[in-house]
Write a protein that binds this ligand. Sequence first.
Ligand SMILES: CC(C)(COP(=O)(O)OP(=O)(O)OC[C@H]1O[C@@H](n2cnc3c(N)ncnc32)[C@H](O)[C@@H]1OP(=O)(O)O)[C@@H](O)C(=O)NCCC(=O)NCCS
Length: 464
Amino acid sequence: MDRAIGIDSIGVYVPRLYVDLTGPWATARAAALSGGDVEKLVGKVTDGVGVRRMAVADAHQDCATLAAMAAKRVIDASGIDPRDIDYLAVGTETTVDQSKSIAAYVLGMLERHYGVSLPEVGAPQFQFACIGATYALEAAVSRMRAGDNTKPYSLVIASDISKYPLATAGEYTQGAGAVALLVSERPRLLALERGLCSTVTRDERDFFRPNGQTSAVVDGKYSIDVYLDCMEAAFAAYAKRVEAKLGLGGADLYDAIDYFCFHVPFPRMAEYASARVFGQLWLGDPQARARLAAEEVPLSGAPRKDFERALTRSRLFREAFAAKVAPSLTIAREVGNVYSGSLYLALASLLEETRGQSLAGRRILLGSYGSGASAKVLSGIVGEKYTAALEHLRVHDELRPEAEGGVRVPLSLSDYERLHALSDRERGAPLLPPRGEFALERLGTSSSAERTDVGYRYYGWIGG
Ligand SMILES: CC(C)(COP(=O)(O)OP(=O)(O)OC[C@H]1O[C@@H](n2cnc3c(N)ncnc32)[C@H](O)[C@@H]1OP(=O)(O)O)[C@@H](O)C(=O)NCCC(=O)NCCS
């Protein structure tokens, strides 16, 4: 019999600093981005793209500290002993080292913080743009299924700080944050379905970051097309596997998936992805075709973009999207793009937004995408006792500004631009002095016969 393996619990960490995209930022950028029309820019960013605020990392934070924070949250919330973890994999595309696995830095932070020694923990880093953490999750689950684990838990962490040049269309899709997934047998949250993970990969130039560059090179519109094509192909491969394994196809497959979580570089992207996936499913379903035809959606002959545009305006789509996708998008609206963590923030958003409903036994589909390009589609079944694993999760509450009972602090435009200009190696003074968190304390500067550590990163826990 298959052993249930999957996500037992989730920890989320988002830096406290943020930029409100409807405030002074929009006034300052309107000249470059919308011909001086501030209202138009705000409308585009909030409605057209779907974001309102973006999280920004402070000077003492980087992708490793964010990862360690998310890890600490999931460890503390689950009440597990860190010595019961034997695999700690980090998916990131904004690592702090060209050689060392960022997971080793995270491991060191956890060892020092908990006062434990974890010498037999595997600590790889997975890099493939925004899909790295999903490859890490697949590896963690597979080694557990194979029985290669020596301890009951693995930790998979997605951590990134997304950064594009100022005053470009990418700027308003930045963000920062990390999500840690505790992987176990008999998981409380989501048992991943064995044999139902599909993968596609294509050698693409939609988004990349050559060595030495701090911002990504992105062909924005093209990256959307590649995302959609890869997601469509991965979903088709997933559907074939589901048909073969569970005998579910067409309308039955659509009904069997209660929620769709997609990679969310920005919330509207999940709408485009839904249109692509739902559209393909509905075109093969006579009942859905009849409903769409009645709403004058062109079912044949029209270019695909026109079909999908009409589809997204149809009642059938709006209702399906509201029920099966929208709950996964509310955190992204407040945080922005966290690259490898975006899909898992979507999962956290869904679980929080549906608090009070019973999701036990429901199927959640995860559609992961990374530029360059690869997509994976997998699914899981929500556990019977999943609410116990959710008690600690309060991301929406935390994301309120301090003045409204949350933990967030707005950034002035000049402070934001100063932080944006920092590189991994020149961090400067933090804006919010760290307290109760992991922090980058200093970079090594020694170069002698006895000790060489130039550029090595020293992290510590700052109490308070
Ligand atoms: C995503 C990205 C390409 C968007 O660029 P952009 O120039 O803002 O895009 P658009 O001009 O197409 O506008 C986006 C949407 O806003 C809508 N819009 C424009 N002005 C608007 C306004 N004033 N009010 C409401 N909506 C508006 C557009 O119609 C469009 O919606 P549609 O697709 O339904 O037609 C850009 O932010 C980017 O390059 N981001 C980084 C890369 C990325 O995230 N890629 C995703 C795949 S991984």
